[in-house]
Design a protein around this ligand. Structure first.
Ligand SMILES: [Zn+2]
Ligand SMILES: [Zn+2]
Length: 386
């Protein structure tokens, strides 16, 4: 905003009437009009300053505030009061006060020249949106990594018109109604107002012969098939980004990306805890007592030999280093933890029953004798199933 007093800029007294202000502005606007002063920066500045002053002083409410707060005070308040402030540019000036000097330059909105920003006629390229999809894989597939086929809907660039929207061999036209501005100016009372052009919907161009495949939209809905590689060790709910597989850009703009959220289904036998893989193995009482060699099958089908130590307790954790999940960042595998469980039969043959009874008589029923700590003792009363 100008530092100079608005009354001084227009060359009128503080008590000037509305008509005097309008006449003064009109005179200055004519004098410094860009059509008359091509490439003259000083004239342009004066033209802008006059418009700024007129914008305030022609509005009785703004003028009242300007008189009340003074030039500096008004500048601080005007930014909140709907004033144009320092942003007022040529477009604003012509849109708001074009009628003041319009008659001299052919009238109305026709003087779109004089350094005004004109929109390049034709569609604006825009980046396509990103697409987000979800897939679900098994815990095993997240352990091993997997190639997953996906199919999803997205907007693809129209092949027929190569994303231009026009029938091959034709072009877009600058809208004749708004001359490419996207807006129509009309007068109401004293001011000029701008309204979105209804012919081109504010686009500034029309497509006389739209591409028949995409109706001039440059893209069309397509089903896309893709095989994605899910990396080994992918964590549940991780999101994979596949560049340039989202929506095609509008009118040749860049393509968006595809984001794939990977859900991992729980497994009945294996559990994941960070990079650690956990499973439980069921052993008989003698197997735990004597210790033994067993073979288990890991989640990926690999056979692993495990040694159960002599006197192994239930809930013991046997660690197999490097057989857990691969850490995506460090590429180091976590551990597999095999947790021992004791299989307690619900039914026994008569022979087994007799053997167990004889065994029980041999070892007795007092568990406190072994000297294990960390347990409360249960005073034995009687067997139930013998
Ligand atoms: Zn097309
Ligand atoms: Zn138009």
């Amino acid at each position: 905003m100008s530092k100079q007093d608005f009354y001084e800029i227009l060359g009128v007294s503080k008590s000037a009437s509305e008509q005097e202000i309008k006449t003064a502005y009109r005179k200055l606007a004519m004098k410094y009009h860009p059509d008359r002063n091509p490439n003259d920066k000083t004239a342009e500045d004066k033209f802008k300053a006059a418009a700024q002053a007129y914008e305030t002083l022609s509005d009785s409410e703004k003028r009242r505030k300007y008189d009340q707060f003074g030039h500096d005070g008004y500048q601080q308040t005007s930014s909140h009061g709907g004033g144009h402030g320092p942003q007022m540019d040529m477009d604003d000036i012509f849109a708001n006060f074009g009628d003041i000097f319009g008659s001299m330059f052919g009238g109305g909105a026709s003087h779109a020249s004089a350094g005004r920003k004109t929109r390049t006629a034709g569609p604006q390229a825009q980046r396509g949106h990103d697409r987000h999809i979800e897939i679900s894989i098994s815990l095993k597939d997240s352990y091993t990594g997997v190639k997953h086929d996906i199919s999803y809907g997205h907007l693809a660039a129209c092949i027929t018109c190569q994303g231009k929207g026009t029938k091959p061999g034709t072009t877009t036209n600058t809208c004749t109604k708004c001359k490419g501005m996207g807006q129509i100016q009309f007068q109401q009372g004293f001011f000029m107002y701008a309204q979105t052009c209804s012919t081109c919907n504010g686009q500034g161009y029309t497509i006389p012969s739209p591409c028949s495949d995409c109706n001039g939209r440059s893209r069309s809905q397509k089903q896309q098939k893709l095989t994605v590689s899910i990396p080994q060790g992918i964590t549940p709910d991780a999101e994979l980004r596949v560049p340039n597989k989202g929506d095609a850009g509008l009118y040749g703009g860049p393509t968006g990306d595809l984001y794939i959220r990977v859900l991992v289904q729980p497994d009945p036998n294996f559990k994941r805890l960070g990079d650690r893989l956990e499973c439980r193995v069921l052993l008989t009482y003698p197997q735990l007592v004597f210790g033994c060699q067993i073979e288990i099958t890991n989640i990926d089908g690999e056979k692993l030999a495990i040694k159960i130590p002599k006197g192994c307790q239930p809930s013991e954790q046997i660690l197999l280093p490097g057989k857990g999940f691969k850490n995506l960042a460090s590429k180091v595998n976590g551990n597999l933890i095999v947790i021992t469980q004791c299989h307690v039969p619900k039914k026994l043959s008569e022979t087994a029953k007799e053997s167990l009874k004889a065994y029980s008589e041999e070892i007795g029923t007092d568990t406190t004798k072994a000297g294990d700590t960390g347990f409360i003792s249960g005073l034995f009363k009687k067997f139930l199933g013998l």
